[in-house]
Design a binder for this molecule. Structure first.
Ligand code: NDP
Length: 322
């Protein structure tokens, strides 16, 4: 008999995941997290899932009677039905910490690009326009800004630490204040938006945060307002954001994430006051390899020692030994 657990690799993951998994596990790859893509005997054999950003729906969990663990690639696991996994005593793991600095670096780059229009300035140079005259002065600047961070967690804190070096005022909103940080806490997102002109979203996508950044929040930032999103598109009312950009009730937005990825509304593509990135905040070879290692380390630890390394809170109580 074969005692190598069968791991379902669902969606596209970097080759490092497959290379490492092959040392210890049998592998079955499917393009999408859809049980229809699996033969009945494979469904029976699957004990773990290595899950891409496409996540894992309840229907796939239900189709795999011997599933023990879902190791998800990325720290945000909103695409995995962790509540359903917990009910089925399936542990879910994510990849916290190893991507924190990369995502914080991206947030700062996106903020500066949005304020200073560097992407368009480079296009101006490459277009051959420079000899005709200097690139127009940017409307935006980081000088004198009051920055609000929605989601002062691992990444939010790393963004705040970087911003300290820029000499801007820093405030935040979480459900609870964080002990030992010097930044101003606001108990509601509305209070934070009223107190700042630059809002950075890095909160997780949950039922509570869905469309939390709405027309009123954007309005509160003011006409010099800037919205940066490195969290999730679901946290923003994208139509309200488009309206605010078009009506120029805010100055600009910098977005790494969208409501319906990889599809980006034409109105955002057309907006000259938006900087748009294709969900690349953690996407360096260095950091994606570290995420891949932590994903595989979770599976190995589970099957070798009966404990996951980085289970998500919903499934933290589940252990294989129990
Ligand atoms: P953490 O869990 O460390 O931080 C999340 C923070 O959000 C916590 O401080 C939490 O505080 C706060 N929060 C959660 N729910 C709410 C709520 N309902 N209202 C207000 N605040 C809330 O996560 P990370 O910092 O590691 O990651 C944050 C998110 O960033 C991920 O979930 C992911 O979606 C996104 N991300 C995006 C990437 C990209 O490629 N663009 C890359 C990596 C992450 P409290 O519990 O007190 O409310």
């Amino acid at each position: 008999t074969n005692d190598r657990p069968l791991i379902l690799v669902s969606g596209k993951l970097i080759s490092h995941v497959l290379t490492r998994l092959a040392d210890r596990f049998d592998i079955k790859e499917i393009a999408r997290p859809d049980a229809e893509l699996l033969q009945p005997d494979d469904r029976e054999r699957v004990r773990g899932i290595a899950a891409s950003f496409l996540g894992v729906p309840a229907s796939l969990i239900d189709a795999l009677p011997n599933l023990e663990i879902i190791a998800s690639y990325g720290v945000g696991y909103d695409a995995v039905d962790a509540g359903h996994a917990a009910e089925k005593t399936v542990v879910v793991t994510n990849t916290p910490d190893v991507l924190t600095d990369e995502v914080a670096d991206t947030a700062i780059a996106l903020l500066l690009n949005t304020l200073r229009d560097f992407n368009r300035a480079e296009r101006y140079l490459r277009d051959g326009s420079w000899p005709d005259g200097p690139f127009p002065l940017s409307k935006g600047t980081l000088r004198n800004r009051r920055v609000g961070i929605f989601g002062m967690g691992r990444i939010g804190l790393a963004i705040a630490r970087r911003l300290e070096g820029f000499g801007v005022a820093i405030a935040y909103h979480n459900r609870r204040p964080v002990d030992g940080v010097p930044y101003t806490y606001h108990a509601t997102l509305g209070d934070l938006a009223a107190a700042c002109d630059t809002l950075i979203n890095v909160a997780p996508a949950t039922a509570q945060t869905t469309r939390a950044v709405d027309a009123a929040i954007l309005q509160a930032l003011g006409e010099d307002g800037v919205f940066i999103n490195v969290g999730r598109g679901a946290t923003v009312d994208e139509e309200a954001l488009i309206e605010a950009l078009q009506a120029r009730t805010i100055l600009a937005a910098g977005l790494d994430v969208f409501a319906n990825e990889p599809h980006v509304p034409q109105a955002l593509l057309d907006a000259d006051n938006a900087v748009l990135l294709p969900h690349v905040a953690s996407a360096s070879q260095h950091t994606r390899k570290a995420m891949a290692d932590l994903l595989v380390d979770n599976l190995e630890s589970w099957f070798d020692r009966g404990e996951a390394l980085t289970p998500v809170p919903e499934t933290a109580a589940i252990s294989r030994k129990a």
